[in-house]
Structures are given as C-alpha cells and as structure tokens.
Design a protein around this ligand. Structure first.
Ligand SMILES: Cc1ncc(COP(=O)(O)O)c(C=O)c1O
Length: 360
C-alpha cells in the first residue's frame, strides 16, 4: 500500500487545501471495497464515495468511520439503514427529499445529504434551475442537513475540454447565488479528469478514484507523473504438459500447436471476471518473459504456450502488473478486450482473493 499512500500524497499536493473524497464503488474498481476503504482511512483521506447503500453498509461493518457519501439515487425503504449506518446520501429530486425527510421525522433522526445537480451528464441530479428552488426547500424540511452540493463531469479527460469547462461554469454560477452561500457547504464536481486538468473545478472537495488508484490520463501535469498503479493480478502455474504438433488447445480447439511445445495451465478464467475476449490475444508474464494465452479462456482456467522455455508448476504468473522488466498494463488488457480500463478492473470479482502488501 506504499504506492497508494504515495498517490494520495501526490494528489494532496496537487489540490492544495481541499478535501479529498476517494470513490470506492464497484469494489473500489476491483481493488477491494473494504481493503481500500481501510487503506484510504489510514492514509488520511477525508471522505469515501460509493454507488449503493449496500457498499456503504459493508464499509461501516468493516469498521470504517470516515464520512461516506452514496452517489446513487436512494429508495424510501433504505432510509432507516442510511440513518442507522450514518451514511450521507444524494438528493436528486424534491419527491425523494420529501420522502426522506418524512421518514427521518418519524424516526426522530436527522440525516446528512448532498444536493446533486445535473450540469450536463443527464444521469441523476436536478437541473440548476430546480436546484435553486430545491435547496431552500430542503432547509425548511428540518430533518435533512444539507452538507454538500455536487455535480459530475461528463467529459473531463482531455485538458481544456470545452464541455467540461461549460459544466464547471454552470456549476460555479449556481454556487455564486445567495441560496448557496451557506457556511460549511461542501461543493464538489471534480472526478479524476477534473482533478488532473481543471483547478477551477476543485472547489471544496475533489472525487478522483481512477487517478488515486494510480492511472494517469495522457498529457497529465508533471506534478502527477509519479502516480503509479498499486494493483497487480497474479496467479501460479497449476499444471504443465508437453503437447505434440497439431494438438488443439481448450474448448473448440481455437489454437492448434504449430510444433511440439510446452503448455502450462493458469487457474484464472472468465468466472473470475477475467475476460474471455482475451482468448488467443492476451499475454502473461512468467519468469520475466511474455507469453501468449492459447486457446479459449475457460471459466476457471486458461492455457499458455511457453514454447521451449522452462516453466514449473507454482511459478508466478502476472496477468496485470510488472515482472522483471516486463509489464502488462490495464490499458493493454482493455484494448485487447475492446473496452476501457475501468471495466477490466471492475469485472474482477470476489472469487479472486485481494492481498494488501505493505511494500506494494
Ligand atoms: C459521482 C462520481 N464521482 C466521482 C467518480 C470518480 O470517477 P473517476 O474514477 O473517473 O475519478 C465517479 C465515477 O464514476 C462518480 O460516479
């Protein structure tokens, strides 16, 4: 986790005195929800963000005491848990706000909420004109304490992206209005792209996840260049055999050995969320060398043609990460699957044990 702590220190340095929220939704982008939540708490992060109530409860049950904001829209029957687990949530409609306030009154409790404003993502959140009227209304409800107001950028990756600039301007304009001049209101809009490229979007808090995990966009500023991934995906060779020339490998025999060769088996498959699209395309690292996966990836295993190389059962296999001088990046895997790195990471499921090493 040393690299993760380093990433946080670099981002803190980059954003100055703002609060840092680390979104850990979707199992912290595959890195492990509670493990990363705990690491973030230990590293002095100010807030955690999740998509759903269930994720917030898991964090609380694992002993996380940081403020946790739920980004997704909530349902009426979740209010009791939201209050009991001390979870902050997003208000994205007057109707839900009224329901939440009513429920809280019955419970005799108060809950902390963030008003979500849609400045151009067209996902959740009220439009700025509605936000203008809704904020004063929320304050009259008594049982909702409005602690934040936020929006989300749709296109912040390229520096100077005009639509991101437009969203930031719309949000800033709204925030400059009298209703939003509340002391201690946490105003936030910057995700990884916003945090990397748009200082005007920092406001009171930033919410970068992908960046905090060490994944850099192109053309990122020098102050962030030492960020690095803190994640690798590894297995061990589980089987070895010599196969003759002309042998079909795995289901459907989509690979036929061109000569006698050594085939090793790796116990990872699409049942772990490791994409079947990598069949006959993806690589692994063994003993510091790169080898191709051969044949179709099975549910629990895949095969690698190691040619004449000496490889043994128990040898470390790197599917994502570094070994010796070689590296397989999430970006490379994503391109081979015709998707984005976020999806590759999020799909790696609970069957893969997460191990948190102090030096990594
Ligand atoms: C509301 C919200 N904030 C922040 C983030 C973090 O995004 P990123 O990982 O691109 O920084 C997300 C992720 O989709 C999000 O939905």
């Amino acid at each position: 986790m040393a690299q993760f702590r380093k990433n946080i220190a670099l981002i803190r340095n980059h954003i100055g005195q703002r609060l840092l929220c680390f979104p850990v939704k979707a199992n912290a982008y595959g890195h492990g929800l509670c493990g990363m939540g705990k690491a973030a708490q230990d590293a002095g992060v100010d807030y955690l963000g999740v998509a759903h109530l269930k994720e917030g409860i898991q964090l609380r049950e694992s002993g996380i005491t940081l403020p946790i904001l739920i980004f997704g829209a909530i349902h009426e029957d979740q209010i009791l848990d939201l209050v009991n687990f001390n979870l902050e949530f997003s208000i994205s409609s007057r109707f839900k706000a009224n329901l939440a306030a009513e429920k809280c009154k019955i419970l005799g409790r108060k809950c902390r909420v963030h008003l979500e404003v849609d400045t151009g993502m067209q996902r959740t959140g009220v439009r700025p004109a509605t936000a203008r009227e809704l904020l004063p209304h929320l304050k009259t409800l008594g049982s909702l304490e409005v602690v934040g107001v936020y929006s989300h950028l749709a296109t912040a990756d390229p520096a100077n992206d005009p639509f991101a600039l437009k969203q930031i301007r719309v949000f800033q304009q709204l925030l400059s209005e009298p209703a939003f001049q509340q002391a201690n209101l946490i105003r936030h809009i910057a995700n990884s792209g916003g945090t990397t490229f748009f200082p005007e979007a920092y406001l009171d808090m930033v919410r970068p996840s992908f960046l905090t995990l060490g994944y850099l966009p192109q053309d990122c500023p020098a102050s962030l260049r030492d960020l690095a991934p803190c994640f690798s995906l590894k297995a061990k060779v589980s089987y070895f055999k010599v196969v003759p020339k002309g042998a079909g490998i795995s289901y459907g025999h989509s690979y036929i050995t061109p000569k006698q060769t050594r085939i090793v088996t790796v116990p990872v498959g699409y049942g772990d969320g490791y994409r079947r699209a990598l069949s006959n395309r993806g690589s692994v690292l063994i003993r510091g060398k790169r080898f191709l996966m051969r044949g179709t990836i099975c549910m629990d295993q895949f095969m690698v043609d190691v040619g004449d190389e000496e490889v043994f059962v128990g040898d470390e296999v790197v599917l994502i990460g570094k070994q010796g001088r070689e590296e397989i990046t999430v970006d490379e895997v994503a391109k081979q699957c015709d998707t984005i790195p976020y999806e590759v990471l999020c799909l790696l499921n609970e069957r893969i044990p997460r191990v948190y090493l102090e030096q990594g």
